[in-house]
Design a protein around this ligand. Structure first.
Ligand SMILES: [Mn+2]
Length: 426
């Protein structure tokens, strides 16, 4: 972790500016009837999980350009995650990917994480790649394969991930499969979906009572013609058929361009089936750009729904995770910046005057309804985020503090480049 003196020194220099900005914003919010202290406390409650694979440099199917000091194993990944949480104070959990992060000694891994103020979020299984020691290939599918033996192997892998997660204190399994087809006629749609339902139920049966199973859909890639769980409709149907604690997970990047994702959020939540969220951004067909880097308004509109649902149902607590690929940036910087962007969208959504909005909706005043949303979105809440971080022991400006710490230079010396980050090409 970064020396506390480095963070304290950074904060001391930034504090006078923050105090002035915070006071000015406080006055502005007070005129709207909002207590800035209450908003800052709410900001502090925000948390989003880090993907273990996110701290390694990503890439595309064309190439990967490794950065200096990449983590070479799960312990070094946790070291990087602890730095992100130390400075951002918004990422207290890590989501593991098995087999990439499979520990020899789960107890030792749990202790290592706890010593760094980290816990484990949802576990991710992997049946979209073949592993060296497996009997059957997933080339033509896994949980939906036409062969029962292949399906059984994929089910057993998921059960193994649940068993491992139990030892690590996780409470959820996220299932994403690449199963689908590249040619019309290659796959029987109904049969493959029926196989998926049978496999999902078999995995669900192995789930502890206090766990959730999260089904992630993705429109295309790696199967470019059809994907078995390609949209929220398929995800909803599968979650509904599988069991009460089986829920849909929405990844912001896994939709056709221009799809109204905030409405999907609303639909799934209305029927008790929204279980989790993967944050990222996209411009074309990608699904891995940094959260809020392309369309921060969409991110805000998603949180507008999430906050609206939360205020109606206090038990609503979906799993949040960042899911992005850092190809050209220092992954630690991207993850800190992205966590703050998601937190910013959450805080702005809290500022929406919901009573006024409902009034404009009921009186059919679309201009003022959208203006009510814009009034919250257009306000700069940076001082609230900075104050929440500082009070929690983090850095007022995480990127500046991180660069001042020279953490990357330090790990670059300790971690000679191996050419493998364990994150693969994502
Ligand atoms: Mn995802």
């Amino acid at each position: 972790m970064i020396k506390p003196e480095v963070v304290a020194d950074h904060n001391q220099k930034q504090a006078p500016t923050l105090e002035a900005d915070y006071a000015a914003l406080g006055e502005k919010l007070a005129r709207r009837g909002v207590d800035i202290e209450q908003l800052t406390r709410a900001a502090d409650t925000f948390a989003v999980a880090l993907p273990s694979w996110g701290v390694g440099t990503g890439g595309t199917r064309f190439a990967r350009f490794p950065g200096p000091g990449e983590p070479r194993n799960i312990f070094e990944k946790l070291d990087d995650c602890s730095v992100i949480h130390q400075l951002s104070q918004a990422t207290p959990t890590v989501s593991l990917h098995i087999p990439w992060d499979r520990p020899d000694d789960p107890k030792a891994l749990l202790e290592y994480a706890q010593a760094r103020n980290l816990a484990f979020d949802a576990m991710n299984s992997n049946t979209f790649q073949d592993q060296a020691d497996q009997a059957y290939s997933y080339k033509y599918g896994s949980l939906t394969h036409t062969s029962e033996a292949v399906r059984q192997q994929a089910i057993e892998h998921n059960v193994e991930v649940v068993e491992l997660g139990k030892k690590l204190g996780s409470k959820a399994l996220t299932v994403w499969i690449g199963d689908g087809s590249n040619f019309p006629g290659q796959q029987h749609f109904r049969n493959s979906f029926a196989h998926y339902l049978d496999s999902a139920r078999a995995i669900y049966d192995a789930l502890p009572d206090d766990w959730n199973m999260l089904l992630e859909h993705k429109m295309f890639e790696p199967a470019f013609y059809s994907t078995v769980i390609q949209d929220w409709g398929s995800s909803y149907l599968a979650a509904r058929e599988t069991g009460e604690r089986c829920l849909s997970l929405v990844d912001l990047g896994h939709h056709a361009p221009n799809v109204n994702i905030e409405m999907i959020v609303s639909r799934l939540a209305q029927f008790g089936k929204l279980g989790g969220f993967h944050f990222n951004d996209s411009k074309y067909g990608d699904d891995d750009l940094d959260s809020g880097s392309i369309d921060p308004y969409q991110l805000f509109l998603v949180f507008n729904e999430l906050v609206d649902i939360q205020q109606a149902d206090s038990a609503f607590a979906p799993f949040y995770m960042l899911d992005q690929s850092h190809n050209v940036t220092d992954p630690i910087e991207s993850l800190m910046y992205s966590a703050a962007e998601v937190q910013r969208a959450f805080v702005k959504a809290l500022l929406v005057d919901r009573e006024a909005l409902l009034g404009y909706q009921n009186s059919s005043d679309p201009l003022m309804a959208q203006a009510t949303l814009k009034q919250a979105f257009n306000l700069d809440v940076e001082p609230v985020l900075q104050m929440a971080r500082q009070r929690a022991g983090g850095a007022i400006d995480p990127i500046a503090a991180y660069r001042a710490s020279e953490y990357r230079q330090s790990v670059a010396r300790d971690r000679p480049q191996s050419g493998q980050s364990g994150s693969g090409i994502v």
